[in-house]
Design a protein around this ligand. Structure first.
Ligand SMILES: Cc1cc2nc3c(=O)[nH]c(=O)nc-3n(C[C@H](O)[C@H](O)[C@H](O)COP(=O)(O)OP(=O)(O)OC[C@H]3O[C@@H](n4cnc5c(N)ncnc54)[C@H](O)[C@@H]3O)c2cc1C
Length: 383
């Protein structure tokens, strides 16, 4: 067994951390309070090569492995302390674009990836619907019907990260309603396609620096060349390949968050005095600090191990589900405990754990809930 990470990857994580700390952290609090998207910051991320990180180099990407992308996400999240922007980045680079990278044809890769890699265009994934989330494929209502050289899509998608600002969406729709999850296809949809519109921007509890909305398709015309892979292979082939990336790379943002929360809480515990001594001397505080470190180390190992399996071409449905389940629940528990260390200040915007705690709440909901992760793990073990 080899637990060491190559030195160049650790340096890369550090450089992303420093970039995010310098360029993004200073405005994170105000953008969160205002719920504001910042195009200039996005452009800087493109210049840094982050927006096409795992895309092949011939399409403008950096050719980064899953592990390198995971480390970058961790460094970015910790440096920026901006969960919303980390989510927008993940929605663009991983769930929005990886279906094209992993399953798209040459023409689709050439047409879409270069402008997504620079950030000129922004991507997202349209899977969830107002009436279907956990049972995304089984209860899907959006229909795609072939007419001549195009598909006509009708339906809508809910909670779509980058919805209000996105240019390109990978969208799942039913092409054969008699086949359940085996009858779903994936299409590349552009915001300018006839029949495409978005709902109002949703006002969220956390991840407020990202934008979220419904996508609405009314007799939307999608050229047949925008079908990814084969008809009816959307959920089992394209979706599954992408979701393992999501449940690994996006989860790494929680690891970065936790590291940030712990270091802030430790500094505070050393400085804050009660009963004549630093609160760090109290056993109840030490217990929280020790547990936090334990949860961070365990989460990091789970996430890295899942990423490393992906890089070796080994399917990791159990590992990625365990990583997501453990790390996202740990981030919420840790947010609570680190908040306790800050006492009343934990409740005040200017103090660092407040935003991190709100942002962490999405982890056990988005990309498959904790309940669904448990059922995937159990189904893989007990079926
Ligand atoms: C901020 C935000 C951003 C998002 N971004 C995107 C995006 O970019 N693209 C996208 O497609 N989606 C996105 N989502 C959607 C997200 O993935 C779904 O919200 C999630 O999958 C849960 O679906 P749901 O909300 O419909 O909950 P439901 O599926 O209705 O679940 C409700 C409750 O029932 C439980 N439940 C359901 N089925 C079972 C079961 N079989 N066993 C046990 N418990 C069960 C769930 O765990 C949950 O507790 C986003 C959501 C949010 C909030």
């Amino acid at each position: 067994m080899n637990f060491s990470i190559p030195e160049e990857l650790l340096e890369f994580r550090q450089s992303v951390y420093e970039f995010a700390k310098k360029e993004i952290r200073p405005s994170a609090e105000s953008r969160d309070l205002e719920g504001r998207w910042d195009t200039e910051i996005w452009k800087k991320m493109g210049d840094m090569g982050l927006l096409g990180l795992p895309f092949p180099e011939e399409y403008g990407g950096q050719g980064a492995s899953c592990l390198a992308t995971t480390l970058a996400t961790e460094g970015f999240s910790r440096g920026s302390t901006d969960g919303g922007l980390t989510l927008a980045w993940g929605a663009h680079t991983i769930i929005g674009s990886m279906p094209i990278v992993l399953c798209g044809n040459e023409d689709q890769k050439k047409r879409y990836l270069p402008s997504l890699a620079t950030g000129e265009k922004i991507a997202g994934l349209g899977l969830t619907e107002p009436g279907s989330g956990s049972d995304a494929a089984g209860s899907m209502e959006t229909r795609a019907v072939k007419k001549g050289d195009r598909y006509i899509l009708n339906g809508s998608k809910m909670f779509i990260t980058n919805g209000p600002i996105g240019d390109v969406f990978t969208v799942m729709a039913v092409t054969d309603k008699n086949r359940g999850p085996m009858g779903v296809s994936v299409f590349i949809v552009e915001k300018d396609f006839k029949g495409f519109s978005t709902g109002k921007k949703l006002n969220k509890m956390g991840m407020r620096t990202s934008t979220t909305s419904e996508l609405i398709f009314e007799d939307m015309e999608v050229p047949e060349e925008n079908l990814i892979s084969k008809e009816n292979s959307g959920f089992l082939r394209v979706g599954k390949a992408t979701l393992e990336w999501e449940r690994t790379v996006l989860v790494a943002s929680g690891v970065g968050f936790m590291q940030y929360m712990l270091s802030e809480a430790v500094n505070y515990a050393k400085a804050r005095k009660q009963f004549g001594e630093p609160i760090a001397r109290f056993q109840a505080i030490q217990d929280k600090i020790a547990r936090a470190r334990m949860k961070i180390d365990a989460s990091r190992l789970l996430v890295y191990s899942s990423a490393s399996k992906k890089d070796q071409g080994i399917p990791a449905p159990i590992e990625s589900s365990i990583a997501k389940l453990y790390a996202t629940e740990a981030a919420i528990e840790l947010g609570y405990d680190m908040g306790q260390i800050f006492g009343g200040y934990c409740f005040i915007h200017e103090y660092p754990v407040e935003r991190a705690y709100r942002d962490a709440r999405l982890g056990t909901l988005g990309g498959g809930t904790s309940e669904i992760m448990r059922s995937i793990i159990a189904a893989n073990l007990a079926s």
